[in-house]
Design a protein around this ligand. Sequence first.
Ligand code: GDP
Ligand code: MG
Length: 180
Amino acid sequence: MATRRRTLLKVIVLGDSGVGKTSLMNQYVHKKFSLQYKATIGADFVTKELQIGDKLVTLQIWDTAGQERFQSLGAAFYRGADCCALVYDVNVLKSFDSLENWHEEFLKQASPSDPKTFPFIVLGNKVDIDGGSSRAVSEKKAADWCASNGNIPYFETSAKEDYNVDDAFFTIAKTALANE
Ligand code: GDP
Ligand code: MG
């Protein structure tokens, strides 16, 4: 009988309020999207099982409940993270500028054993809006930032149209697993 290994990976999702963190998770885990804004309530995390090679992986994805507005997420949120997804809204420059802070904040709070190789991923969300004509951040600008911060993988996503959401989370799972 083949041995099955189940691995639990903790992923935390950071970024300014309103960029679509909760929506991306809902789209990925529940295949649902709502335009109605509601501050996140309820569970601290959602889980999703997936197969990567011969491994059965449980992704435990942690969401914030609006505290990101005050950048005070508490130690439990960061503890034991295997990957950190940084999300911004391609239509809002400030949310892109905040990536720097979230990146630093993560490294400070989670203090991973090797900050240089810890897996991050950046998601530029809401690319569906106005067919891209209201973009404030070009794909190149974002990719350059990712390249100069340790070659962080970059995905452009739409939680609304379910664009690149599966691919992004699959990459999150793979990089987290590789770092395990
Ligand atoms: P969070 O504060 O980062 O968790 O952001 P939310 O997931 O609550 O999303 C904030 C608002 O943006 C909500 O009204 C969502 O419906 C909307 N939203 C999220 N993702 C997208 C997207 O990809 N496209 C569009 N058009 N709207 C989105
Ligand atoms: Mg939220």
